[in-house]
Design a protein around this ligand. Structure first.
Ligand code: AP5
Length: 183
């Protein structure tokens, strides 16, 4: 079966880092909505201009905008994929289910990276991306708890959720990710 995976977890948990490594190893399309949105902002496109101020506040950009980006990528890709940072709320999860039904595809596993807030904040402050100052990080964590964390129960109820302890080195977490793909 083709691997079709989701990475879920709070900002700074290491979704992007682990997704990139796994995608390279398993030759999967790595689709990070955050990266795609930042590329649009950098290019100065209409979409990027719409998203920029929202991202700078640590809020979620509109579901319609993100869905258009994801639909475009998944419709034109036949192989396995790994979604990172999407879906971000229940409406996006339901829209993704609808899109996958159209494409006759389904999610195989959801990997939840779990880490305490203090470590997340330290990791993000060390990186220093445009949305990595302390006030915005705290807002991203609130948005995660309010809008994204409900997806944990959603995917657990579907029997798809696998938790991964996300402390330690990148290599240690990578080993746990690989183990979570076969347990
Ligand atoms: P997005 O880009 O998805 O950011 P995020 O969820 O806040 O996640 P991060 O990229 O900050 O963290 P990560 O878990 O990927 O960790 P990473 O590997 O980078 O979204 C940004 C914004 O875009 C959102 O706020 C929103 O506005 C918008 N957006 C995106 N998707 C959206 C959607 N679906 N709907 C609506 N809006 C959306 O690691 C973090 C740092 O830690 C790095 O510096 C890394 O090198 C370091 N690190 C990683 N692992 C380790 C380790 N083991 N030890 C030490 N350091 C580590």
């Amino acid at each position: 079966m083709k691997q079709r995976l989701l990475f879920l977890g709070p900002p700074g948990a290491g979704k992007g880092t682990q997704a990139e490594l796994l995608a390279e190893r398993h030759q999967l399309l790595h689709l990070s909505t955050g990266e795609l949105l930042r590329a649009e902002v950098k290019a100065g496109s209409a979409l990027g201009q719409e998203a920029e101020a929202v991202m700078a506040r640590g809020e979620l950009v509109s579901d319609a905008l993100v869905l258009a980006i994801v639909r475009h990528r998944l419709e034109s890709h036949q192989g396995g994929w790994l979604l990172d940072g999407f879906p971000r709320n229940l409406a996006q999860a339901e829209a993704l289910d609808g899109l996958l039904a159209e494409l006759d595809q389904r999610i195989e596993r959801v990997l939840l990276l779990e880490l305490e807030d203090g470590v997340l904040i330290q990791r993000l402050l060390s990186r220093g991306r445009a949305d990595d100052n302390e006030a915005v990080i705290r807002n991203r964590l609130v948005v995660y708890q309010e809008q994204t964390a409900p997806l944990i129960d959603h995917y657990r109820n579907l029997g798809l959720l696998h938790s991964v302890e996300a402390s330690g080195t990148v290599a240690e977490i990578g080993e746990r990710v690989v183990a979570a793909l076969v347990d």
